[in-house]
Design a protein around this ligand. Structure first.
Ligand code: DQA
Length: 144
C-alpha cells in the first residue's frame, strides 16, 4: 500500500482550543480521522504525525524519502522561518510535498505571506480549514 506522511508542525496539537476564530474548532485528532478515511478511499495509507520541534520535522521529512511516496506538510510557523525544512524538502526531491495551511496565510500578517516550503512543494492549499488535508491527499494520489 502506498504510504503518505502527513506532518504537522508547532502548535497544531492545540487545534480546537487555539484561536478558533482563525483555525476553527476541529481538533488534530479529527483531522487525522478525516485523513485516514480519505486515504482508505484513495487506496493510500496515512502516517499522521505532529511535533513542536523543527529538527524532528526534518528527521521525518528525511525518513519519508525511504518510507513514503509523498508528504502533506503543515509546518505551522516553521513554514515562514525554517531553512532547515526548506533544505530537507530539497534533499528528498523528487518526493512530492503538498503544503497545507488551515488559514489563508496570504490574507493574514505580512510575515505569513512568505513560505520557505512553497518553492519546493508541488503545490499549496491554504484557507479551507481541515478540508485542505484531504484535498492534498487527493492531489498526491492523482500525482503518484
Ligand atoms: C498555519 C499558518 C501558520 O502561519 C501558523 O503559524 C500556524 C498554522 C495554518 O495551518 O494556517 O501555526 O500553518
Amino acid at each position: 500500500m502506498t504510504t503518505i506522511f502527513v506532518l504537522n508542525g508547532p502548535n497544531l496539537n492545540m487545534l480546537g482550543k487555539r484561536e478558533p476564530g482563525i483555525y476553527g474548532t476541529a481538533t488534530l485528532d479529527s483531522i487525522q480521522a478525516d485523513c485516514k478515511k480519505a486515504a482508505k478511499s484513495l487506496s493510500l495509507k496515512v502516517d499522521f504525525r505532529q511535533s513542536n520541534h523543527e529538527g524532528v520535522l526534518v528527521d521525518w521529512i528525511q525518513e519519508a524519502a525511504d518510507n513514503a511516496k509523498g508528504i502533506v506538510l503543515n509546518a505551522g510557523a516553521y513554514t515562514h522561518t525554517s531553512i532547515a525544512i526548506h533544505d530537507a524538502i530539497r534533499a528528498i526531491a523528487p518526493l512530492p510535498v503538498v503544503e497545507v495551511h488551515l488559514s489563508n496565510i496570504h490574507a493574514r500578517e505580512p510575515f505569513r505571506h512568505v513560505s520557505k516550503v512553497a518553492p519546493h512543494a508541488v503545490g499549496m492549499i491554504a484557507g479551507f480549514g481541515p478540508l485542505g488535508y484531504t484535498l492534498a491527499l487527493r492531489a498526491l494520489a492523482a500525482r503518484i
